[in-house]
Design a protein around this ligand. Structure first.
Ligand code: BTN
Length: 233
């Protein structure tokens, strides 16, 4: 559809009414787009907004790793269509030269998981200097629906593998596209902030950091700020 309040809200309602796995809502523009932690998600014309309804067979506590699955699938789809160095940032961002190209959000709604994907294809929100679109980054952009088709194709196979083996099916691909290992970061959790060096992403998709005290912590969710990039050798 051309415009909707939020594909997320439309997908949630549809899921509640029994939509089958794979049903999705795609829009060119949202007037009430939502990002993580209830933040507003700017969705100007020229973007791609997708909410996909899944009915995962794996346990609920593994569902957060679906946003990493979506990250790899979207990065692969973009790579298939344009020459662009896209980096995945835990848990759910795609960046180009440090600027945000796409955000992913996975939410549980009853027995469904709704994967939300917002991708700046032809345009990025004006006034957000840390956002970038495929058009800005490469000088041209494939049609949004071509991008959507490539995303669905990649997601289908990555999600099937996740259904069989969980996040471990995609961990190597995620790490290869991430480049976060070795960075010093600050992770904002709901009740505390942790500062430390990223040492891994574990078998469940959690970010593992080593604190200054030497202790290791695994983070399920949280906003990550880079304090220092990886030390070069
Ligand atoms: C983030 O905060 O980085 C995640 C943003 C997710 C935005 C997408 S756009 C499609 C779907 N509809 C929404 O209202 N939000 C998600």
């Amino acid at each position: 559809m051309a415009e909707v309040g939020s594909t997320r809200d439309a997908a949630r309602e549809w899921a509640e009414r029994g939509a089958p796995e794979g049903a999705c809502v795609v829009a060119d523009r949202q007037t009430k787009g939502r990002g993580r932690s209830g933040r507003r998600w700017e969705s100007p014309p020229g973007g791609l907004c997708v909410s996909l309804i899944l009915r995962p067979s794996r346990p609920l506590d593994e569902w957060p790793s679906l946003s990493l699955v979506a990250g790899v699938a979207v990065a692969e789809a973009i790579h298939e269509l344009v020459t662009l160095d896209v980096q995945i940032r835990w848990p759910n961002d795609l960046l180009v030269n440090g600027r945000k190209l796409a955000g992913m959000l996975v939410e549980a709604s009853g027995s469904s998981a709704i994967i939300g994907i917002g991708l700046n294809v032809e345009a990025s929100p004006s006034g957000l200097s840390d956002a970038i679109s495929i058009q800005e980054a490469t000088g041209s952009a494939p049609h949004r629906y071509q991008v959507a088709a490539a995303i669905f194709q990649r997601l289908e196979s990555r999600y099937a593998a996740w259904g069989r083996r969980g996040f471990s099916s995609i961990r190597a691909a995620w790490l290869a596209r991430s480049g976060m290992i070795g960075e010093t970061v600050c992770v904002s959790l709901s009740t505390e902030e942790l500062e430390g060096q990223v040492i891994d992403v574990d078998e469940r998709g959690r970010l593992v950091i080593r604190l200054d005290t030497g202790l290791q912590r695994s983070c399920d969710v949280g906003d990550v700020r880079v304090l220092r990039p990886m030390k070069s050798a």
